[in-house]
Structures are given as structure tokens and as C-alpha cells.
Ligand binder design. Sequence first.
Ligand code: ZN
Length: 307
Amino acid sequence: MATPLSADRLLQALRNEGLRVVEHRSWRTHSRNHKGPWGPVNGVMIHHTVTEGTQSSVELCYNGHSTLPGPLCHGVIAKDGTVYLVGNGRANHAGLGDDDVLRAIIDERTLPADNEANTDGNRAFYGFECINLGDGKDPWPAAQLEAIERAAAAICRAHGWTQRSVLGHAEWQPGKVDPRGFGMDSMRTRIAGRLGAPQAPAVQLPAPRKPVVDLSRLITAARTDPARRGTPVTYSGVRTVEAALIDAGLLAKRYGDGHFGSSTVEAYAKWQRSKAGGGYRGAAADGIPGRASLERLGKRYGFTVTA
Ligand SMILES: [Zn+2]
């Protein structure tokens, strides 16, 4: 029994276990907590999706469907081993299962057969949906099995649980067959081995690529946009610069519209006059970006300038 991990701790635990993790949409605040309890948590449940295709499976697990709203789990494990986080909190994945199984999970002993559906599993279990058709023919690539092992181990490690806190949906709810195509006993053996070994080094993720702002296109936008109020956005890099000006406290959020209008020109002039922007005066602070002031803005707020 334990308090559920926060979004940050869950993400960190998975990454520390060497997993490649993608944060999907608003997973941090996406849950069914308004429909019932989440936690105390007792274990980790493994499923198969009965779908194919990564993006569509991830979207389905995020959104759910008309009779079963999402999130349908916490993480989706793709065939290449990437984990997509889709929910944080109560999720519609475990349904009603057997209270004898829950007691065995809590005590971390061998699971009895599941022959009752009398206990809320969505309160008690983290859920991972693994992309597989579940027809017994769709393969389970080594990378995916390893990611299942790592993801389950990550949560067990974070809570101080053993591999006996990990179960398949089929071991919980009568009538369920997932995950089909590998054995949960062999998976638990793998998890035990991982938990006994020193923690894997964290995956080094490439630094996110900075947006690029083209100076000449930006200047064109700054010169022409104010005269054409209400016209469509002329250059998408304007948004990047406006976001920086908003972060700098020089532009009101409502003017961050991708249109280099008079408010943006005025805000940019303030940046040019500021010490951080170069301390320009007079005509040199006319609100039309120049290379040096733009590079200063990009360095501080995370974009690159090309001419
Ligand atoms: Zn399932």
C-alpha cells in the first residue's frame, strides 16, 4: 500500500530505469479522479491493447471511447519499447477484479485464481497497455518486452515493491486474457532480476531542438504586419519572438497572436532599449528587430537566429 507517485516522480522513475519516455498531451492532469479514488496503490498491471499502430493506439488510450472514457492506462508501451505517458491518476484499465488476488498482491505472495469480480482495480493499480493485437500471433519484439520489464521494475523500485506486485489483467479479472503471447511468471522473473541488479544508467535524451527564427522574414513581418491588421499570420517565427517578449514581461499575452502588429513592435522596442536587449536609443530602438538584439533575445529565451 502506498501513495501514488506524482507525475514528476513517475516520469523520473521510468527514465531512471533507462526507458525512452514520451509525455503525451496533458497526461499530467488527465485522469478519472472525479469518478472515484486513486490510491492507495498496490501494484502494476500489464495489458495488451488489441490494436496496432503506435499513434492511433496512444490516442485511443488517452481518449478512450464512448463507453469507456480515457485514460485507459497510465503508459502505453510501443513495439519499439517507447513508453507514452497518457494518464496520471485513476484510469479505466483494471475494472472489477478478485479481492483474494488483491490481498495476495498486497502480501506479495503467489496469486490465487481470479474467480470473482468484486473489487475496484482502478484504485489500486498502475496500468501499462502494450501495443499488440492479442491474437497469439502478433509478435512481442525484444525491445517491447524489455520496456515492460523496465517500466514495471521502475514502479516497484519507486515504491519498494518486489516483482510480486506485478500482475497481468488476466490474473485479476475473470474473462480477461491479456497480456497474451508471453507469460507473466517469466516476466516477473525478469523484473526480479532487474530489481536485484544495480539500476541501469538513465537514457541520455537528445536536447530538444531550439526553434529557429529567420531574421529577414521577421523584419518583413515587422514592417508589413502593422499595416495589415487582421490579415493572416505572415511568418510563423513571429510566434517564437512574441513568446519570448511575453516571457520577458514586455508584451501582454493576448498580443501573442503571430502577427507582428504595433503592440509587438512596441514591445520589441522596449526590448531594444532594455539593458539585456542592448540598451539601444532613438532610431536604433524602433521595434524592428536587428540581428544583435534578436540574438540576445534568443539566447535568453531559447531560439536560434538565422539571417
Ligand atoms: Zn486489459
